[in-house]
Write a protein that binds this ligand. Structure first.
Ligand SMILES: NC(=O)c1ccc[n+]([C@@H]2O[C@H](COP(=O)([O-])OP(=O)(O)OC[C@H]3O[C@@H](n4cnc5c(N)ncnc54)[C@H](O)[C@@H]3O)[C@@H](O)[C@H]2O)c1
Length: 433
């Protein structure tokens, strides 16, 4: 089938590439001309393990194309996926301006039936707004459908997730839209054996925000328990393991740490809370989730401050700038909270991240970025771990101790075993242990 994807970012590029790989003919559109130029030259604008190889294979096979023109995308295919950003607005609400603008443009170019699929994360009943807006821009009385098909891939394992999703959720209101989407996904359903859930559009839209908010709640819950652990001598690792083996709870997303970040959880929880307020139902449970997440960063900062006493004039190695390992995405990353605060306090920073350093440089050009991990921790007064890149766990602790000026390690990801750290003579603080 021919498929258009509007928005060629983390979601749009991975989705478009996956569709091409299963045999569809895909046109990926983005209004960022530089991004499209890069892709035409087979250079990746984002880092995602295994992505480049599949992009190259499908471009060379003639199944994957790139363009900046929504008009071309509207002509190209009967099915148009919207995968543009839905960033937070001023009051935490989801900013729908990119989605709205794509709808308007598609409507103004349509000459026959089109199915617009919301792949972006949108608030419930966005489809109604989109329909109303598009109807105003149609040049004639041309039929169209809206469908919802929320995306659940995780950065860092996006390719694997796209081919082996836990489930595919589609929200439709016409048989034709249902048939088109089913046909698109049929190869993935067959190969992966995943559940294909068809529901009404509002339910599909809501499933995404409810899922992300629940996951954020799991993280904040375990972080809250970690604080009780610190006050009582319990170990959050052992507690979380004991909890997670209960199948009703499940072992995933029970890692205590510096808090959730990234381009999805913070903004999706904010948008969900805001939506509840607008609807007249206060999602107080999620307001606590937000508060615990904020407090967790402050808590880690306090640990560093208490050990160093004075931050001014101290050299701190910051390990990890990406919001999680396996990605170059720094959106809402904890590093964006700690780096400015430490700079303001007068600390000197040495920064390390194997993938995300270039993205971070776009915001903080003049800092001291180290390519080599051991080089980064040499002669520092303290190490602050913000991302659990596997390279950090592989460090040889004896050499680390020798390289540091003062052996303080503040570990926001519980990378090391506290007993081993004590044995090596580190002043070591982690979360909930
Ligand atoms: N990143 C994730 O892990 C993830 C996972 C699931 C869902 N989502 C959701 O998917 C959506 C996209 O997220 P993302 O991370 O891919 O964002 P992104 O910022 O990486 O990509 C969005 C792209 O859309 C383009 N764009 C914006 N307006 C446009 C327009 N009018 N015409 C053409 N292109 C336009 C931007 O230039 C950008 O390249 C969001 O709603 C997000 O919440 C993201």
């Amino acid at each position: 089938m021919k498929i258009t994807i509007v928005g060629t970012g983390y979601v749009g590029l991975v989705t478009g590439t996956t569709f091409a790989e299963i045999g569809h003919d895909v046109l990926c559109i983005d209004n960022n001309a530089q991004k499209i130029e890069q892709l035409k030259k087979l250079e990746m604008p984002i880092y995602e393990d295994g992505l480049q190889e599949i992009v190259v294979r499908n471009v060379e096979a003639g199944r994957l194309h790139f363009s900046t023109s929504i008009e071309e995308g509207t002509d190209f295919s009967e099915v148009i996926f919207i995968a543009v950003g839905t960033p937070p607005g001023y009051k935490g609400e989801a900013n729908m301006s990119y989605v709205e603008s794509v709808g308007r443009e598609v409507a103004s170019h349509m000459t026959s039936y089109r199915l617009l699929v919301e792949k972006s994360t949108v608030i419930v009943n966005t489809n109604e707004q989109l329909k109303r807006s598009m109807n105003k821009y149609l040049k004639a009385n041309i039929p169209f459908d809206i469908a919802s098909n929320p995306e659940f891939l995780r950065e860092g394992s996006a390719i694997k997730d796209a081919f082996n999703p836990d489930r595919i959720v589609v929200g439709v209101e016409s048989e034709h839209a249902a048939a088109l989407l089913r046909k698109i996904y049929e190869p993935i359903i067959k190969d992966s054996g995943c559940e294909y859930l068809q529901m009404n559009i509002a339910s599909a839209e809501l499933t995404k925000h409810a899922s992300n908010s629940f996951l954020a709640m799991k993280i904040s819950f375990v972080n809250a328990v970690s604080r009780i652990c610190e006050l009582t001598g319990a170990d959050i690792g052992q507690v979380a393991h004991g909890m997670g083996l209960d199948k009703r709870i499940g072992e995933h997303f029970l890692n205590a740490g510096v808090g959730y970040g990234g381009s999805c959880f913070p903004k999706d929880v904010d948008a969900f809370v805001r939506m509840g307020d607008d609807l007249g139902y206060s999602l107080d449970i999620l307001k606590q989730v937000q508060e615990i997440n904020r407090a967790q960063k402050n808590h880690l900062m306090r640990k560093l401050q208490q050990e160093l006493w004075v931050l001014e004039g101290k050299t701190v190695a910051v390990l990890g700038l990406a919001f999680k390992p396996g990605t170059d995405d720094i959106r809402e990353s904890p590093s964006l909270y700690f780096v400015p605060q430490l700079l303001e306090a007068g600390s000197t920073l040495q920064l390390w991240d194997p993938i995300a350093a270039d993205k971070f440089k776009e915001l903080h050009a003049d800092l001291d970025y180290r390519k080599d991990l051991m080089d980064c921790i040499t002669d520092v007064d303290a190490v602050l771990i913000l991302t659990d890149w596997p390279q950090i766990a592989e460090l040889e602790l004896g050499s680390v101790k020798k390289a540091m000026k003062c052996p303080i390690i503040i570990d926001g990801r519980n990378v090391f075993d506290p007993a081993a750290m004590k044995e090596h003579g580190f002043i070591y603080h982690s979360i909930g242990r």
